[in-house]
Write a protein that binds this ligand. Structure first.
Ligand code: NDP
Length: 459
């Protein structure tokens, strides 16, 4: 049994009141975590340490990021094991997606920081230059689906720009964040700059969002929670970045290359048991290839190695959508049932025959469930793709017309003939109810700094 502790001012601190961490693989209790309600101590430590950290040069901070990347790389197998145990995802996914990306987040921002160029704007009679100051103490809140991957995607740029941090991982998946804090100790990372607190979102998460000395909140999670976070933080004029939910369309055109489209569409629907905000869970297939494409897709999905969903509670939600789909007239082509063993297992599920405006095909399920729809023209495909409240991501599979379709989809990111192919320099984020702001490269550094313009005229 692992005892997860808060990490405050460089010390591991336990609390009397704890919560259980349950593995979705077999429903065993694998850890206890502190039920934190108050972040005053952590904020004070962050304030005390920020001045010195913020006074380092960007190159010195980039060197620290590299040291963190090194120690994560050295421990990459342990991280993958913990992530797999906590989330239930297959070890290979935890190793090649989660752990790998956690290392890359630090490596990438270290290099990116060193490569930053001056921002200057010449006028006829004066010149402007921009300096980027740290914001101060920032709050980072992340979900359970890609635990260390998403948390470090925020920690790395926040540190690079000279901020100190109060981070809160999801209480459902605290293990890798806890391990991360131990690795910071191992490399003698400056104390108090990174503080990690554990507990329930509405308690410790809310305390972070409400704290007057935390000047910016970077939040990744559901749209409903994002609304609560925004309603608390916005009147306090905090900087706010919201990466929220999605219901992404995958569009398979009549000229799609089946060899890449079949595995690509299956992967985009079911990787991480469909629990990635970018997953393509509404699959739109041109009517002329529908009958040929669907059996190949079903076979591909049947052969995938898919873990359980995150918890039995979440499985109940996913199952309720499968029941709803039946009431809405859907036919279950694959799966649809619980896998009868301990843990939160459920069959990967493919549903056809639903109206495109049904609840099942427009609400975020966040599980291994996709709906299939056919369309007869490019215009119709785009209309269906744009007909949800969300606008996070999407993909188009076509030999010739991918780009022209992609540009008409109302979402922050669209892939053509690929999915989840990530360049960390590019903007990442959603439109409509999928969020506010962008992460990635300069967008992250812009968020985690105050841009100050100095205009100089020679006397
Ligand atoms: P939640 O919104 O339930 O939780 C996200 C985080 O917010 C958790 O750490 C949670 O804590 C915390 N939280 C909950 N309530 C509050 C509150 N009142 N104040 C502050 N923090 C709070 O999302 P899930 O964890 O269920 O994650 C799934 C969702 O995340 C999906 O909708 C998915 O689409 C979205 N997501 C979006 C991504 C993007 O980049 N756009 C990427 C990945 C996921 P706790 O869990 O401890 O309650």
């Amino acid at each position: 049994m692992i005892r997860v502790e808060n990490y405050i001012g460089g010390k591991h601190v336990s609390l009397q009141e704890t919560l259980d961490d349950i593995s979705p693989l077999d429903s065993a209790i694998i850890a206890t975590i502190p039920r934190t309600r108050n972040v005053d101590d952590a904020v004070q430590c962050a304030i005390d340490s920020q001045k010195e950290w913020g006074s380092l040069s960007i190159d010195q901070r980039a060197d620290w990021l590299d040291r963190i990347a090194d120690v994560l790389q050295k421990n990459i197998e342990d991280i993958a094991k913990l992530e797999s145990m906590d989330t239930g995802k297959p070890y290979e996914v935890a190793r090649n997606v989660d752990a790998e990306r956690s290392v890359n987040n630090f490596r990438f921002f270290a290099d990116f920081g060193r490569g930053m160029t001056d921002e200057t704007f010449e006028m006829k009679d004066a010149m402007n230059y921009v300096i980027r100051k740290p914001i101060g103490v920032v709050g980072l809140i992340s979900p359970w689906n890609l635990p260390l991957y998403l948390l470090t995607w925020k920690i790395a740029p926040a540190l690079l720009m000279g901020n100190s941090i109060i981070a809160k991982p999801s209480e459902i998946t605290p293990l890798t964040a806890h391990h991360f804090s131990k690795l910071l100790d191992e490399i003698d990372f400056p104390k108090g700059v990174v503080n990690i607190v554990h507990g329930y979102g509405p308690e410790v998460g809310q305390a972070i969002v409400e704290h007057p000395d935390i000047k910016a909140i970077s939040f990744t999670g559901g749209t409903m929670t994002g609304r609560i976070v925004a309603s608390t933080a916005a009147p306090m004029f905090k900087k706010l970045s919201l990466e929220l939910g999605g219901k992404n369309s995958t569009i398979v055109l009549d000229d799609a290359d089946f060899e890449s489209a079949v595995p690509g569409v299956a992967r985009s629907g079911f990787l991480n048991s469909g629990q990635i905000c970018l997953c393509g869970s509404r699959i739109l297939i041109h009517e002329s290839i529908y009958d040929k494409f669907v059996p190949l897709l079903l076979e591909e999905v049947s052969n995938m190695d898919i873990g359980p969903v995150i918890s039995e509670e979440h499985r109940t939600k996913v199952l309720s959508y499968i029941e709803l789909a039946k009431q809405e007239g859907g036919q279950i082509l694959l799966g649809g049932k619980i896998i009868d063993k301990p843990g939160a297992w459920i069959e990967p599920t493919v549903i056809a025959g639903l109206p495109t405006n049904s609840r099942t095909s427009t609400e975020e399920i966040f599980g291994p469930v996709v709906t299939l729809h056919s369309f007869s023209s490019d215009d119709e495909a785009i209309e269906i793709a744009n007909s949800t409240e969300y606008g996070l991501a999407g993909s188009v599979w076509s030999k010739k017309r991918g780009r022209q379709i992609a540009e008409r989809i109302e979402s922050g990111m669209v892939w053509v003939n690929t999915w989840l192919h990530r360049d960390l320099r590019v903007p990442f984020g959603g439109v409509k109810n999928s969020g506010v702001g962008r992460e990635g490269g300069m967008w992250s550094l812009g968020f985690f700094s105050e841009a100050i313009n100095i205009c100089v005229m020679e006397p």
